[in-house]
Design a protein around this ligand. Structure first.
Ligand SMILES: C[S@@+](CC[C@H](N)C(=O)[O-])C[C@H]1O[C@@H](n2cnc3c(N)ncnc32)[C@H](O)[C@@H]1O
Length: 270
């Protein structure tokens, strides 16, 4: 892998930022509905379990790519002190409307260009926000920013898609008809990126006068090999502690990502 072209001082926001922001802004008001059925409850429990097992009960957690705040508030409900960060103003607005949102501070920022914050004991990136970053320079930039937000010895826990789950995503056809919302997800391959997947969603919202509004957009999910992740962590002053696999809502102590839905990395700030 080539070293990043930018020095830390010249770090820019993520290359994918504008398109990712537009997509999540568009779907924010119904994100919870259109993204149901993805084992998110089990994933949040897995994160809380990892943090508690690492002795971090009650500690300060930074939730990177917090989206509409479901995981952020879940962690606050487990008595962690949590700050959520996201690029999408509309996802953050949806987060602030959730019950329990007053327990959390939400900040609008690109995770590749975080403001100065008091040091955290752990940073998390739940449900693949890092897979939305456009290239490995952005990943290095996000890792550098996560490292800058952590105290020495702090933990960085994040999940990424496996080759297997991205392959399934490329063929995904998922339709839902709930609460006056009809939506259709369709997956496709990404030309030139054999392990990435693109998901396109069309959403039809029924108004009070029975008229329909259509929204549509898409996001790309990159696969990054665990060995490459480990190299990029080392470059950004983390050491890899453990990799878990996550499959059908359960955590496995196994580096074999072949059949898993996600892999979850635990790294330590040096
Ligand atoms: C799949 S959602 C996950 C949201 C949340 N963590 C959860 O578990 O529900 C990904 C989120 O990451 C955010 N995101 C993607 N790239 C980002 C970036 N460069 N900076 C900040 N947030 C980003 C998106 O706006 C979106 O809200």
């Amino acid at each position: 892998m080539q070293p990043p072209e930018e020095s830390e001082a010249e770090m820019k926001s993520s290359t994918s930022g504008k398109s990712v922001e537009e997509f999540y802004d568009k779907v924010a008001s119904c994100y919870e509905i259109i993204s149901n059925g993805r084992n998110h409850d089990a994933l949040m429990i897995a994160y809380a379990t990892i943090l508690l097992n690492e002795g971090l009960a009650g500690k300060r957690i930074l939730d990177l790519g917090c989206g509409d705040g479901e995981g952020t508030i879940f962690l606050a409900d487990q008595k962690f002190t949590v700050v959520g960060v996201d690029l999408s103003v509309d996802m953050l607005d949806a987060a602030r409307l959730r019950t329990g949102a007053s327990k959390v501070d939400f900040i609008h920022s690109d995770i590749c260009n975080l403001p100065n914050l008091d040091p955290f004991d752990a940073a998390v990136a739940i449900d693949e926000p890092l897979a939305n970053l456009g290239n490995n320079y952005d990943i290095i930039s996000a890792f550098t920013n996560a490292r800058g937000a952590l105290r020495k010895g702090g933990l960085f826990v994040f999940d990424l898609p496996t080759i297997h789950s991205n392959k399934i995503r490329t063929g995904m056809r998922h339709f839902g008809d709930l609460d006056n919302i009809f939506f259709a997800w369709r997956g496709s391959k990404v030309p030139g990126s054999p392990t990435a997947a693109h998901l396109q969603v069309d959403i039809f919202l029924e108004g009070e006068d029975s008229s329909w509004t259509r929204l549509n957009g898409g996001a790309t999910y990159r696969h990054i090999a665990p060995r490459l992740v480990e190299n990029m962590l080392r470059m950004t002053h983390f050491s890899m502690k453990e990799i878990f696999c996550f499959k059908n809502g359960e955590l496995f102590e196994n580096r074999e990502e072949r059949h898993a839905d996600k892999y979850i990395v635990i790294a330590v700030a040096e």
